[in-house]
Every structure is written in structure tokens, then in C-alpha cells.
Design a protein around this ligand. Structure first.
Ligand code: NAD
Length: 474
């Protein structure tokens, strides 16, 4: 086989494998270079998302939710189970099996699409050549008309709380704890801190989350964050805001933390510490000095609105470039770049990317928050509806949270939808479609929603924008 390709993708994560498959669909001879090695020591496609991110965390969130429900939800249904136990080997093993199924699935898709896989670390050289240092140490160079950089991101390490894989862990470590710790400290009340903190809290660990910022979940709409904070507290998550970690020291009896909050310096000892203070673009060793590809002040690959680096035939997508670090943002960029390369009209609408936090209750949103619109001086109306008045949610004994819709005061165009409650990770999709089609709250208000379903909360919130919700006072 010739070593000259139409497209080489460096990175087989969400952004990279979508780019490669779409490129292959469009008739381009494609290759993917990926260095990830799975738990079994074998090369594994799918990047962070499939191996140590989205998929395994959802597996553990679902298992831990089942366990938590035994004591916290089922009694209300009149069902009791005594002496419920978690078998940790099965708990972790189920997750590993799911990971294997999906990473193997990408491998299979590559074969189906005749995409060539190179397992090793790729480095872009001048002239669209890619040097591969194989997982076996051997080097080879391949080249392409177009190279797509999709190298992803890695956890940010705090200099005073360095990961050791055992006591001080990152997201990957928190997916492989073999015994429920009595106490778990988490640095950062962001997406990873809340999701993985929830997993271990549900299994019985006493979880303390230290968050440096004074506001809880500042990127979400304030009304939604307030409900979520209240519910997490009820579940036993101890979230300390305005708490800045100063030191973490591993001693015999655990990890000793020193942090400061508004009252001064405090100490906390935990069995394990999860550091989840964000991720940074991973470009270590990715670029030879003379490629011309530039990085911004945060180490991200600089690209234009078409994910082009400014260097002929070199593109970059996903976590390694600007924009939210979300797998589905990477999916869309990957596919769009393949289409642009093939001379087609790729498209990514960054204004309607949904955010989902897979806690219980789930949190989801798309578009602007009320605060953002206020700051921008955009006139708006809001409507909201509580799940407490949704028959299906009450029947499920999960009647927590609300849907809040924000529409332009004059045009009624939907500007943002914010949700906390049961199943909102799925409900947000309807709103994204409406927003993508520049829909109004009136559009959603006049669309038939099945009864009884959770989606009626979206319908009622849309009616509520015009003060005509049926199942609440307006
Ligand atoms: P994040 O940016 O979501 O949250 C990090 C939090 O840590 C922030 O609230 C920040 O204020 C806080 N923080 C930073 N430094 C701190 C310090 N020294 N002490 C205390 N708090 C500190 O980052 P994350 O949770 O690590 O997630 C990383 C990325 O992965 C995010 O971009 C996220 O969107 C993505 N991700 C998404 C999902 C999802 O979509 N469900 C799930 C997991 C991860």
C-alpha cells in the first residue's frame, strides 16, 4: 500500500474518527494515527471519550444510580431491598466491557470504510508529512494532501497536587477505583467533579468538593444551578464554594489538603483526591518546529471558522482548538472539515451546541443564559415549568427541577433553554432542533407533545413564555 493519503487524521477520538469516516465516505483515501493504549495494554481507538470519558463515566453513573435508587427511590414505590451490596469487580468490569465494545466498534467501522490505522504517536512535519513513532517504538513517515489534527486534551495538573494514579487521581483514575473510599476529595465542581463525585457518593463515599469560584456552576443559568446545588446537597455531596486548594500531601492516613475559603485556612484529610480543574489542549510533541501551525496563549491550535490552521492542507478540530471541550462539538467539526476538504459545504453552528451534565437530576442547556442576555442588553421574555406538575415525572417519583425557556421579547425567537430534572439530556434535543430552525416559543407551544411524557415540561415552558401555561398559574 502506498504511504500517500488524501487525508491523515492525527487522533482517533470523537473529532478524529468522525473526520476519518466522513472523509472515507466522500471517497478520500484516509488514515488515522492514534497512540491510545487501553487497560488491556492494546491499542484502543475512540480517544478520551470512549476509553476514559463520556462512555465509561455514563456506565458507572448508571450502575451507581441503580444502587442509590434501591435506598432512595424504590421505598417510595413500596419496594424494599435489604442488604444490597455492590460487587466492585462486576461494577468496574461492566464498564470495561462497554468500553471494549465501543472502541472495537470504531476499529470495525474503520475496516468497513477502508481507513488505515497506525497505532503510535503522530507528529506533523513540514509539507504535510506525518512521522509516526509506533507503540512498538518503530518510526515511519507517511504523507497526505490534507492533515487533520485531532489530538484532544489532557487533564490540567496542579503543581501542588500532582497525579500519582493512586491517591491523587484524574478522571481516568476515578473510573477505576477498586474499593469505595470512605472519603473522596474532589477539586473542581465542574462537569467531571460533579459526575464522578456523584458516582462515588452514591456508592457510600463521603464526598467533599472544593470549588475555587464563589458561584456554583457559573456557566449554567442561575435558576438551574440553584436547583441543582440544592439537590446535590440533599444527596450528601458537600460542595464548598470559594475554596482554593493550597497544598495536597500524601501521608500514611490519606491525602492531607490545605485550602483557604472566606474564613481562612482549613485542613481536610481524604482517602483519595480527584483533581478535576479542567483540561488543556494536548499538543505535546505534535508539531515539528517549522510547520507554521500556531498555538494561542492557552496552548490551543489556532484555527479559523472553518477549522483551518492557515497552513495549506492542515486543519484542526475538537478539544485541541477553541470552543467547548465536548465530544459532540468535535464530531461536527470533524465531519465538517472532511466535507470542506471534499469541496462540499460543511457546517457547524456553535450557537446551538447542547451542554449536558449527567448528574441526578440531569442538567442540560443550549443557547444563552438570562445573565448573558441581560449583559448584552437583548430584550427577552422567560417561561418556566416545574417537573412537579408533570404527571409522568410524579409517577416516576422523579418530579424535581424545571424547564426554563428564554425567547426574544420582540421576535419570540428562542434564545436559550435551560433544564434541570429527569431525562433532560434527551429533552434538550427538541429545543436544539427548534433553535437550529430559528424557531419561536410559539412554534414549540403549538407543537403536539405526547401525554403523559416528560417532554410536556418543554411544551408548558414554551406556553409559559406567553403566560399561558395550562398546569400552573401564570
Ligand atoms: P470544568 O471546566 O468543567 O470544571 C473545572 C472546575 O474547577 C471549575 O469550576 C473551576 O472553577 C474549578 N477550579 C479550577 N481550579 C481550581 C482550584 N485550584 N481549586 C478549586 N477549584 C478549581 O472542567 P472538568 O470538570 O475538569 O472537565 C474538563 C472538560 O471536560 C470540560 O471542558 C468539560 O466540558 C468536559 N467534560 C464534559 C462532560 C459532559 O459534557 N458531560 C463530562 C466530562 C467532561
Amino acid at each position: 500500500m502506498s504511504d500517500k493519503f488524501d487525508v491523515i487524521v492525527i487522533g482517533g477520538g470523537p473529532a478524529g474518527y468522525h473526520a476519518a469516516i466522513r472523509a472515507a465516505q466522500l471517497g478520500l483515501k484516509s488514515a488515522v494515527v492514534d497512540a491510545f493504549v487501553g487497560k488491556d495494554g492494546k491499542a484502543a481507538l475512540g480517544g478520551t471519550c470512549l476509553n476514559v470519558g463520556c462512555i465509561p463515566s455514563k456506565a458507572l453513573l448508571d450502575s451507581s444510580k441503580q444502587f442509590f435508587n434501591l435506598s432512595h427511590n424504590l421505598p417510595a414505590h413500596g419496594i424494599s431491598v435489604e442488604n444490597a451490596k455492590v460487587d466492585m469487580a462486576t461494577f468496574i468490569g461492566r464498564k470495561d466491557k462497554i468500553v471494549k465494545q465501543f472502541t472495537g466498534g470504531v476499529d470495525q467501522l474503520f475496516k468497513t470504510n477502508k481507513i488505515v490505522s497506525f497505532f503510535g504517536k503522530g507528529k506533523l512535519l513540514k509539507g504535510n508529512e506525518v512521522e509516526i513513532t509506533g507503540n512498538d517504538g518503530k518510526k515511519q513517515t507517511i504523507s497526505a494532501t490534507n492533515v487533520i489534527l485531532a489530538s484532544g486534551s489532557v487533564p490540567i495538573e496542579l503543581p501542588f497536587a500532582k497525579f500519582d494514579g493512586k491517591n491523587i487521581i484524574d478522571n481516568a483514575g476515578a473510573l477505576d477505583i477498586d474499593k469505595v473510599p470512605k472519603t473522596l476529595g474532589v477539586i473542581g465542581a465542574g462537569v467531571i467533579g460533579l459526575e464522578l463525585g456523584s458516582v462515588w457518593n452514591r456508592l457510600g463515599a463521603q464526598v467533599t468538593i472544593l470549588e475555587a469560584l464563589p458561584d456554583f456552576l457559573g456557566t449554567a443559568d442561575a435558576d438551574i444551578a440553584k436547583v441543582a446545588q440544592r439537590e446535590f446537597k440533599k444527596q450528601g455531596l458537600d460542595i464548598k464554594l470559594g475554596a482554593k486548594l493550597g497544598k495536597a500531601e500524601v501521608k500514611k492516613d490519606g491525602v492531607h489538603l490545605v485550602y483557604t475559603d472566606k474564613d481562612g485556612e482549613k485542613e481536610l484529610v481524604v482517602d483519595k483526591l480527584l483533581v478535576a480543574v479542567g483540561r488543556r489542549a494536548y499538543t505535546d510533541g505534535l508539531l515539528a518546529d517549522d510547520t507554521g501551525v500556531k498555538l494561542d496563549e492557552r496552548g490551543r491550535i489556532i484555527v479559523d471558522e472553518h477549522c483551518h490552521t492557515g497552513v495549506d492542507g492542515v486543519w484542526a478540530v475538537g478539544d485541541a482548538v477553541r470552543g467547548p471541550m465536548l465530544a459532540h462539538k468535535g464530531f461536527e467539526e470533524g465531519m465538517a472539515v472532511a466535507e470542506w476538504i471534499a469541496g462540499k459545504a460543511g457546517h457547524v453552528n456553535y450557537d446551538t451546541i447542547p451542554w449536558v451534565i449527567y448528574t441526578e437530576p440531569e442538567i442540560a442547556w443550549a443557547g444563552k443564559t438570562e445573565k448573558q442576555l441581560k449583559d448584552e442588553g437583548v430584550p427577552y421574555r422567560t417561561g418556566s415549568f416545574p417537573f412537579a406538575a408533570i404527571g409522568r415525572a410524579v409517577a416516576m417519583n422523579e418530579a424535581i427541577g424545571q424547564v426554563k425557556m428564554i425567547a426574544h421579547a420582540e421576535t419570540d425567537r428562542i434564545l436559550g433553554v435551560h433544564m434541570v430534572g429527569p431525562g433532560v439530556s434527551e429533552l434538550i434535543a427538541e429545543c436544539v432542533v427548534a433553535m437550529e430552525f430559528k424557531g419561536s416559543s410559539e412554534d414549540l407551544a403549538r407543537i403536539v407533545h405526547a401525554h403523559p411524557t416528560l417532554s410536556e415540561a418543554v411544551h408548558e415552558a414554551a406556553l409559559s413564555v406567553d403566560k399561558r401555561a395550562i398546569h400552573k398559574g401564570n
